[in-house]
Design a protein around this ligand. Sequence first.
Ligand SMILES: CC/C=C\C/C=C\CCCC/C=C/C(=O)SCCNC(=O)CCNC(=O)[C@H](O)C(C)(C)COP(=O)(O)OP(=O)(O)OC[C@H]1O[C@@H](n2cnc3c(N)ncnc32)[C@H](O)[C@@H]1OP(=O)(O)O
Length: 248
Amino acid sequence: MGVAVMKLRNPPVNSLSLECLTEFTISLEKLENDKSIRGVILTSECPGIFSAGLDLLEMYGRNPAHYAEYWKNVQELWLRLYTSNMILVSAINGASPAGGCLLALCCDYRVMADNPKYTIGLNESLLGIVAPFWFKDMYVNTIGHREAERALQLGTLFSPAEALKVGVVDEVVPEDQVHSKARSVMTKWLAIPDHSRQLTKNMMRKATADNLIKQREADIQNFTSFISKDSIQKSLHMYLEKLKQKKG
Ligand SMILES: CC/C=C\C/C=C\CCCC/C=C/C(=O)SCCNC(=O)CCNC(=O)[C@H](O)C(C)(C)COP(=O)(O)OP(=O)(O)OC[C@H]1O[C@@H](n2cnc3c(N)ncnc32)[C@H](O)[C@@H]1OP(=O)(O)O
């Protein structure tokens, strides 16, 4: 039926390394250029994790040129996903913090597994970093200004039930039904003529995408100088240590 399934596979936690981001963007571009493909189901092959978000090791202990290159690729993936002409449905089969949530928010419809261990949200503030304006814009577009304001400040990671209530996801289903539900949602969306759906999607999303396009270079510079600060590097170090200690 012209639907591709993209499975994130970067064990152990599907963090979005530079290599992973680049491969993702290229795969997406290929699908976009393949006229037989009208929809993509985005999911994960890592058990219990949709995506741990941006790779913290790409943002810690590197040089400014690396940060700039990394951020350019994060922007590129976001622009491609958010403005895709294809129907994107995410089958969220695991934890989805920060950049993981961003991937899901780019989709036209989000189905999440009903497992309270899985959480989703833009938790950047908990790491001592700040979600950039275009993450924020997409959050506001999805859940409204008040909910986004609160969730961004608190770095809230929502359980599936909470995410459904606030509108971060569109549907919560038993874990073993996430993929079948994503497929049935896709079937419904495929019934809409592409041209009218695409023009409508473009009308809804263009201003948000253009907001980044017109200041991409400044955004890269902001990110690079922010992430290079000693205080921010210290916060990231502490967060990485906390992740390590969780194990021991
Ligand atoms: C003024 C403003 C201007 C510009 C903008 C400026 C700022 C920048 C904004 C940047 C936006 C950032 C977006 C992000 O996505 S940041 C990443 C946020 N992600 C997280 O907080 C998730 C952290 N991870 C977890 O919570 C857990 O790992 C998870 C995903 C729930 C899985 O748990 P579990 O199965 O128990 O696995 P472990 O925790 O044991 O992890 C295994 C292994 O993976 C490492 N790891 C986890 N997450 C990441 C990651 N995101 N990047 C890199 N590495 C990660 C973890 O440390 C373990 O490593 P080890 O070596 O110990 O095996």
